[in-house]
Design a binder for this molecule. Sequence first.
Ligand code: BTN
Length: 257
Amino acid sequence: MNQKVKRGVFGKEIYHYFCLESTNKVAYLLAKKGAEEGTVVVADEQTQGEGRGDHYWYSPQGGLWFSLILRPRMISSETSRLSILGATGIAMSIDRLFSSLKVRIRWPNDVVIKDKKVAGVLIKVRTERSDVNFAIMGIGVNLNVREFPSPLSFIATSLIKETGDSTSKKRFLESTLEELENLYFSSQVNGHMLLEKARSFSSLLGRQVEVITTEGKFQGLVQDLDEDGGLILRLESGLHKKILPEEGCIKERSPKI
Ligand code: BTN
């Protein structure tokens, strides 16, 4: 892949590796040494890809595995929205390049096609007191991954499986960085555009779900998403509960009515 993609800030500097343990680890070290916002680390293959909740992320050749260094002007409690921002940017990029695919976001960070995961986002934040020093947005897209080992084969898909064609990594990276950059800078001025886009791709609005959180399980109807990337649940008691991306994950109960 070329070392430069046509971008403003995101992707101005790209470090490309054939194989890494994890792009997140390398990006974290670069950011600690002062790398600029928008710097990207990409690897053709990862041997210890990191997923959410300490899960291993399957990262063979063919996928797009990259990490983006961000220096957001936010306090640490506001960084929750970066998960939803990442997932929305990927969904917009897939939608732009493959308009016939029905891409959805399963809160907070799963990008899915026909309920199977095609991409995911992992955010790592380094803070100093309540200030955010930097954040790493790790993105994994199952681009040209033809096969998944069991049990992943039941829950994961790829763009090549869905479209029958392979996709240029460079083109997909360029398009995703462009969507992410627009969302990132516009949401620093006004969070509405991000929220509207995230809502339009949400697979959960209006659905009954079970959310597993650190506080326990909650069942209810998904009423909305909010600017922090939180899920607003109407509980069976009639009360509302807001759950932040880092606090929970979804177990779906019934199809959308
Ligand atoms: C998830 O569990 O959904 C998040 C997956 C994030 C995977 C990406 S691949 C590039 C970056 N480097 C990693 O080690 N993980 C992220």
